[in-house]
Design a protein around this ligand. Structure first.
Ligand SMILES: [Zn+2]
Length: 111
């Protein structure tokens, strides 16, 4: 995984949609010319977007696990790719937790 492909994923998921156009412009520049072609100040503009805290999940009782995991690189890219499905930005642990609740719900529905 590269910074460029992470940035492409962020663009694909409209992460920069509410930012100034300059931000997505820098991201596109990084994708086209390589992240390392950016200046230090340009990298600092993108840095906050390249790590995100997990949204966490609620158990069936409504108790939020308060996950504070900071995701970067591959994990963040995967989280964005799964965001539409889970309707949240989740780390791999929370995805596993969510799936176990779903599996439990599925068993209940089947009974
Ligand atoms: Zn998490």
């Amino acid at each position: 995984m590269s910074n460029e492909s992470l940035l492409q994923t962020l663009l694909d998921h409209d992460v920069f949609a509410e930012e100034e156009q300059m931000v997505s412009g820098i991201a596109r520049n990084a994708i086209d010319n390589g992240y390392n072609s950016l200046s230090g100040p340009q990298k600092r503009v993108l840095e906050p977007f390249m790590s995100q805290t997990c949204d966490g999940v609620e158990d069936p009782g409504g108790y939020h696990n308060d996950c504070r995991r900071v995701m970067t690189d591959d994990e963040l890219q995967t989280a964005y790719e799964n965001q539409g499905y889970y309707d949240a930005l989740l780390c791999s642990d929370c995805i596993n937790e969510y799936e176990s609740y779903e599996a439990a719900r599925g068993r209940l529905d089947a009974e």
